[in-house]
Design a protein around this ligand. Structure first.
Ligand code: FMN
Length: 366
């Protein structure tokens, strides 16, 4: 991408929020809060760099939403009490001072929790052990535990947790909007996914029923925060099942994206390993294009290896409005400024994330 694709560097509005360009930092968990989930100075400096480097929008790492089952990792930040919420102000103030907007990503880890200071028990739609192994760079080791199947009360608590965390995001922490993490294998995606959701109540069954919890969370969050932007992140792949594909292919895409539009979400953030690739083996259409087709008029963010001009252009042509950049933003916190100036990009160095994925002093010096 360079001067030949100026549109990515032009302003764009989400609701009443004007972004100076269409480049967002993708949400990335960096386990750098205090043990009690309070955002730190290092985090404020870390996020400020992206805003200074020209990103129009910063989406935070996944933030846990309640004091029961939502926390996924030790040193993950939370939004569950006033102390946690007010600590985020040092982040939001720094980002705003650099003329960027910042959205809080709200996350419930469900069965993939590998460190929760409130309980050792994990909870999920069904008592099925997750595939794969815990992530060492987030302090995990070995198999995931078998979760308890959530009761109606647990589900109501989880919904209320999202709504309350959203309220704190906007009213106390001064975020410009929120993104509900419905992707990558965490709780809401566990409900959406047939093989992790064996329920036969209103939350399980058809795709329409399995997407139901995401829709209820969006409604509750909307009611909690009124007009501030409410987005949702959706994926097929999961941190513990990278290549997962929706069983009913394009039909599932129609049900999922269509019902997200109908419930009135402000933006849909789709993430795939390579966002420009066909979403299904039987199709030539990307997930972004399917979201565009079935959720017309809803702002569309696309993510997945889009730090390449040709691929970025393909996804924009598929209908994406904003591109979210992950690892390339870690390597180039000034990615938009480099694009604007025609400068080359630094390659991503995996050592940033090892042995633990916490924020490194060397990064803050970049
Ligand atoms: C260290 C790291 C942490 C991540 N944490 C989150 C997260 O908290 N929430 C989320 O939705 N995605 C998370 N992701 C996924 C990224 O948002 C993004 O989807 C992924 O890096 C692919 O985009 P890229 O090819 O531009 O890097 C994480 C990725 C990395 C590398």
């Amino acid at each position: 991408m360079n001067h030949s694709t100026p549109s990515i560097l032009t302003a764009y509005d989400i609701n009443n929020i004007t972004l100076r360009n269409r480049l967002a930092v993708a949400p990335m968990t960096r386990v750098s809060a205090t043990q009690t989930g309070v955002a730190t100075d290092a985090m404020a400096r870390y996020y400020e760099r992206f805003a200074k480097g020209g990103f129009g929008l910063v989406i935070t790492e996944g933030i846990y939403t309640d004091q029961r089952f939502s926390q996924g990792y030790p040193f993950q930040p939370g939004l569950t009490d006033t102390e946690q919420a007010l600590a985020w102000r040092s982040v939001t103030d720094q980002v705003h001072a650099q003329d960027a907007a910042v959205f809080a990503q709200l996350m419930h880890a469900g069965a993939l929790s590998q460190g929760n200071r409130f309980t050792r028990q994990t909870a999920a739609p069904s008592a099925t052990r997750p595939k794969g192994e815990q992530m060492p760079f987030y302090f995990g080791e070995g198999q995931y535990p078998v979760p308890v199947a959530m009761t109606d009360e647990d589900i109501a608590d989880a919904i209320a947790g999202f709504a309350q965390a959203a309220k704190r995001s906007v009213l106390e922490a001064d975020f410009d909007g929120v993104e509900i993490h419905g992707a990558n294998g965490y709780l809401l995606d566990q409900f959406l996914t047939a093989y992790t959701n064996h329920r036969n109540d209103r939350w399980g069954g058809s795709t329409q029923q399995r997407v139901g919890l995401i829709l209820e969370v969006i409604k509750a969050v909307r009611e909690a925060i009124g007009g501030a932007p409410v987005g949702v992140r959706i994926s097929q792949g999961k941190v513990n099942d990278f290549g997962h594909k929706w069983a009913n292919g394009e039909h599932d895409a129609e049900v999922i994206f269509g019902s997200l539009k109908d419930v009135g979400v402000d933006y849909i953030h789709v993430t795939e390993f390579e966002a420009w690739q066909p979403a299904f083996a039987s199709s030539t259409t990307s997930l972004a294009a399917l979201a565009r087709r079935h959720a017309p008029g809803v702002v569309l963010i696309a993510n997945g290896a889009l730090h390449n001009e040709e691929h970025a252009k393909a996804v924009l042509a598929d209908g994406a409005d904003i591109l979210a950049i992950g690892k390339a933003a870690l390597a180039n916190p000034d990615y938009p400024n480099r694009l604007a100036g025609g400068h080359t990009l630094s390659a991503f160095d995996t050592s940033i994330l090892g042995p633990i994925a916490n924020i490194k002093e060397s990064e803050l010096a970049m």
